[in-house]
Every structure is written in C-alpha cells, then in structure tokens.
Write a protein that binds this ligand. Sequence first.
Ligand SMILES: Nc1ncnc2c1ncn2[C@@H]1O[C@H](COP(=O)(O)OP(=O)(O)OP(=O)(O)O)[C@@H](O)[C@H]1O
Ligand SMILES: [Mg+2]
Length: 493
Amino acid sequence: MQKPSKTLEIISTGIRGLDRILLGGYPRGALILLAGNPGTGKSTMAAKFLYEGGLAGEKGIYVNFVEPKKDFLVHMAMLGMDFTELEEKGLFEYIEALTIVDEDALVAQLEDILRRIVETGAKRLVIDSVTAMLQIVKDKAKIRELVQNFFVNGVKQMDVTTILIAEHPYGAKMVGYGIEEFIVDAVMILRFEIVQGKIRRILELRKARWAPIRQAEIPFYIRPGIVVELSLPEAPQEVPALDLSSRYNLAKALLDLNKAARGELLGNNTCRLHVGEEGVYVIPRGAQIVVGHTPTLDAKHLISLLTAALLVSYKPRIALFSFKSSPIALRRLIGCLLSIGCGRECTNELLSNVYVESVNPTAFTFTEIYDIMRQFVEAVKPDILFVEGMDIIEQFVQRNEYLEMLYNLMLSNKRERVTSFYTFSARDAEAIYNRMAASMADVMIYVEEPHTIMGEAASIKQSYIVEFAGFFGRVERKISLNVELLYKHRCIS
Ligand SMILES: Nc1ncnc2c1ncn2[C@@H]1O[C@H](COP(=O)(O)OP(=O)(O)OP(=O)(O)O)[C@@H](O)[C@H]1O
Ligand SMILES: [Mg+2]
C-alpha cells in the first residue's frame, strides 16, 4: 500500500475497506464532511469511528442536534456497538443538543464542547448534524464566522478528528450551505440506488486532500457486528502463490471412502486409477477449482461425496455455501456418507467440522451476495470451501457484475488459502472450459453424462465420470462416482 507523507499521522476510520482507499484512514485532526440522504447510514458510519476509537482507548464525543441519546444508544447497540460500556469507562460522551434554538445558546454549547475536549482529552468528535446546527443561526454571515471559529480555529487546532454530518435532502445539489465543502479535508456522500427492487448503498468519495481518489463510487453495507464495510476489489498483488507442498489428493480420498464403503461408492472402472499418480489428482492448498457437471447430476450429491471423502482422509474444516440446497439437506447427505465410510462416532466428530450456509440469490444485490459469502468464509475460516450453484448466479446478475464477483471471490479465497470448489452445471466439458471462470481457476473438474461411460461401467446407473484437468495438466484417466449409493443407503429418498 502506498504510504502518505511522513508528517501526517493517520488514524483508522474504523470502517473496513475505507482505510484502504484513504491510505490508512483519516489524518489526525482532519475535518470530514459526511453527507447523505435520510437513512443512508451517516450516523452509523460516524458512530463506528468513535466506537473503534473508544475500543482503542481514544475518547470520542458525539454531539447530536436531532436524535435523543436513548434512541442513539438503542440503535447502535442493535448493530453491535455498546456505547454504554465505553461511556462507563470514560471513553465516550453523548451531548444531546436538541433544545438549542438560538444563536447565543449555540455559541455557549460550542464553547462547552471545546472545554470538554480540553478537560477530557477527547480525540474524536462527531457533529450530527452540522446542517441542523447551522439552521439555528439566522444570519448567513455569522455562519461562516462560526464555522471558521469552531471547526477550523477550534477543534482542528486541538488535533481532534471531526466528522461533520450534513443532511442532504433528496434532489438537492449543494451539500449544505456550500461552505462546509471547502473548509473540510474530505467529502463523502452516502446514497441509495435501487437495483432490481433492492437497495444498494453507495459511498461517493468526492474529496480527500491527503489521498488520491481512484474509485469514486464504492458500494457498502450495514450489518450487525461488522456495522459498516465497503466492498472493494481485491488486490492481486496481495495474493500469495499456491502452496504446492500442501495438497489434497481427491482421488485417494474418494478411493479410501470407497474402500470403507465396501467398493460401492465408485464405479467399476476405478480399477484403472492408480493412487500413486501424485501430481495428477492432487489439488494444492488454496487452489480455486471450477467443478463443471452435467445438468443431470445434482451438485449436492457431488459435493457431499467430495466433502465426506476429504473429511475422512484429511479432517479439514469445510464450509459449504449453497444457492440451491438447504443446510439440513446437505448435512444429512454428508452425515449419511460419513456413516457409511467411517461409522457413527467418527461421523459426529467429522460433522462438527462442517459449516453450511444457504442463500436465496434473488433476495440480495450481487455485491451483498459476495459480501455474505466472504463474511461466511471469514467467520468459519475453513480449509476447504464448496460453493454450490454458481451457474444460478451467472443467470441472475449482469454478465460483467457476475465476472467481477467471481474474479474477486476467487482472489479473496486464494489470498486466505481456502481451497475452493465452485460448481457449475454445463452441458459438456467444453462448455465449462470456454467459460470465463475457467481462465481464472487453477484446476478444472468436469463430471460427465453417465451414458458416455465406456465398457464395463456402462451398466452402472446414476454413475458419473470425473475428469480432472488444469493445474498439473489435463488427465486422461477417469474415475466414476456411483451416486446410486446415496439412494441405496437412503441418504436421499
Ligand atoms: N440491524 C441493522 N441491520 C442492517 N441495517 C440496519 C440495521 N439497523 C439499521 N440499519 C440500516 O441503517 C440505516 C440507518 O442508518 P443511520 O441512522 O446511520 O442513517 P442516517 O443517514 O444517519 O439517517 P438520518 O438521515 O435519518 O439521520 C437504516 O436505513 C437501516 O436500513
Ligand atoms: Mg442520522
């Protein structure tokens, strides 16, 4: 990351993603204007700055001209920010300035704030909102004087980093009175976009005196716990090379499970597969794998087989993210396969390493789906990830949005060294190899139509050939999965 000038002390904004685009955060003592339409997240974003400061031992003062303290505390607590605790430790103070109606009272209030800063050593300040504050002053000339005295000659000189919230009515061109924009060091505007009936929150970065602005519009979201996070593109330079010394041998794992299942799991032609063929069926840790499969195969059967095999052989933490199957269905299938392959006790133990999340893609914007997936991976910290039904996403979102999402998802999983399998339904292997996803993946697997099985395996109903290709070259040999087993053992009915 590019570092700003040495003389500038930069402090974190408390918001993930924002620090990266602002070269680490806000300069100490900066004035930040945070403007936006009603309900866009201004108070939340400003509060997060004070909250993170408080956790790091820096005191913050929140001055509110519009919202009573009680409401503020409840809203923030619902997002996971406990300001009461910070207040008890002397790291937070809320000044309720709802009753100030005339200029004299305002000046007295502002002087009191400056005094509190000196007395308590507060380092961070939020004014919610500067619009409401300035409406108290009737004389326009006085406004300029007040802004200059309090902000530029006051808090800025005291090295207090201040967020000024400005209310931006719908349709208004100017942020506030047109004065604030020029005196501040940064201008950020929050707004909504409606995409296919869903809200997409956008942060517009208009000005940042200390940092170059490349991406002017950045999607963000509000969610309890994380509170606010910006969705930024991944940086490929931060992605480490694949760790070739640590690998998963898929074929061996499948064969071992097959042995435990008394040879029922794989088709007859597996006798042609030699487990010693290291470097062919092995998958390096952190690889991104595109798994294409014939539309007649249910992806959940395939990923359950692979999950069970990998669990028995390597005992990894496995996360499954599905756009199609419910967590109950997936866990049941995997549990059933494990009990065939390793018995009851072992099943319970291994199942505790499996985490499943299902999402209906029509309920979210594509950036949110991406963020939900990333957060899931971040929370579970799996060794292996299966994403079931990427082809569904492909059909729901615009092509460029989808590619952007897939590209960033693969990079972020690779950066975190999560070996990730993404399943796509496709009519044949070529249809998968021609996809953009293929050029981003490290390994390709295609699971063919059953009727293309040659010779002795042709008699196996519901059996699919797995073809490995990619990282170590395309593989001629094939193994066949016997999905019939799942019915036979009543894993599916
Ligand atoms: N628990 C929550 N989970 C997700 N989003 C939430 C949650 N609580 C609040 N929000 C979202 O946060 C938004 C409110 O943010 P905030 O109050 O910071 O906006 P604001 O810009 O300050 O609004 P105003 O102009 O009314 O002061 C709401 O629109 C709501 O959609
Ligand atoms: Mg607000």
